[in-house]
Design a protein around this ligand. Structure first.
Ligand code: PHE
Length: 342
């Protein structure tokens, strides 16, 4: 190789370097260009420099000086392109993009909330609207207006959480019946979901705070047939083909009164711990609104009749999801809630 050939080839490399470096649009492409041009093993410039010994001593001095100048200029081209590139991608520099993503937790509704929403949906289709009342309630709304005699055991300090002489934590959602009857004229069809409080021991089937869904329908000519048909229809809609039964019961604010059971979904009626070996699970209390309740709320009990019910969505959730112990619903154990979340 002559000195002229050497200088021509080195000029070619310098030209190629300018376009290669300008075309590099990422750090990876720039590194590839660096390798191609000045890489120790496979770089074009390095290969030329390795050929220097084939020149005469005099030519080698010129050629060597030219090679060093071009190498320095290519390297400074590479470096300035490098800092330009890293300045345009500040979000990426310094971040390890191969790190695993942070785990995202998906929230879900509690099974009791899901059950309440489903109950609301079914009754909404029947023309019921949602009514709400306070959890801190007067003794009058919670007991007196609901026809509890003054010496009723439920009013005892042992069963009810009193906040002061006349205000208590409601023991059921039935006071919403009174508040609704006081503020709206029949026809009335309301559903009142909410929490209630009782001084119960916390065992497999009792909790000191639990949800109830109250229902109330008042109009002219409303009868027990409406109660039974509506609640049976509800059970069919909610549980599918499950069998139901009504048992006579007693509440001070309804007459006659009945409790509705559904065949225990956990044992299919053969008896288990969840249904206390009866094969049935009680899901609600109900009855025809007592005339004294209508009178106490200022509704004409000669003209109007009504029926009401109070359901336990916790009990219903146990049936729906096969939960054997009500405490599981209140433990907030994420492993359980994750299984239920929809
Ligand atoms: N309030 C009653 C209870 O808590 C349930 C009920 C509501 C019964 C309405 C009849 C009518 O047990």
């Amino acid at each position: 190789m002559t000195l002229q050939e050497f200088l021509a080839r080195i000029a070619e490399v310098e030209e190629r370097a300018v376009s290669l470096v300008a075309a590099a649009s990422s750090m990876a492409e720039l590194e590839a260009a660096r390798n191609h041009l000045v890489g120790r093993k496979s770089g074009e410039l390095s290969a030329l420099i390795r050929d220097l010994p084939s020149l005469s001593a005099e030519d080698r001095r010129h050629a060597g000086a030219a090679a060093n100048r071009v190498k320095a200029s290519v390297e400074s081209l590479l470096d300035s392109r490098g800092s330009a590139l890293s300045a345009t991608v500040p979000l990426v520099s310094g971040i390890d993009l191969t790190m695993p993503a942070r785990r995202v937790w998906k929230g879900g509704k509690h099974p009791v909330t899901l059950v309440i929403e489903e109950i609301e949906e079914i009754f909404r289709e029947l023309g019921f609207t949602i009514a709400l009342g306070p959890e801190a309630e007067t003794e009058w709304h919670n007991f007196t207006a609901l026809n509890f005699p003054p010496d009723h055991p439920a009013m005892d300090m042992h069963d009810t959480l009193y906040l002061d002489e006349t205000v208590l934590l409601r023991t059921h959602t039935s006071p919403v019946q009174i508040r609704t009857l006081q503020s709206f004229a029949p026809p009335i069809r309301i559903l009142a979901p909410g929490n209630v409080y009782r001084r119960d021991f916390f065992d497999a089937s009792h909790a000191p705070v639990f949800a109830q869904v109250e229902g109330l329908a008042v109009d002219e000519g409303v009868s027990f047939v409406d109660l039974k048909a509506t609640l049976t229809n509800f059970a069919k809609r909610f549980f599918g083909a499950t069998r139901t039964r009504f048992r006579p019961s007693f509440f001070p604010f309804t007459e006659p009164s009945a409790e509705m059971d559904v065949e225990c979904a956990l044992c299919k009626g053969s008896g288990c711990a969840a249904c206390k070996n009866t094969g049935w699970s009680e899901i609600l209390g109900s009855g025809m609104v007592h005339p004294s309740v209508l009178d106490a709320s200022g509704v004409d009990s000669e003209r109007y009749t009504g029926w009401a019910f109070g359901m336990g969505p916790g009990r219903i959730a146990m049936q729906r999801y096969g939960i054997p112990d009500i405490r599981i619903l209140y433990d907030s154990d994420v492993r359980f809630l994750e299984q239920m979340a929809r």
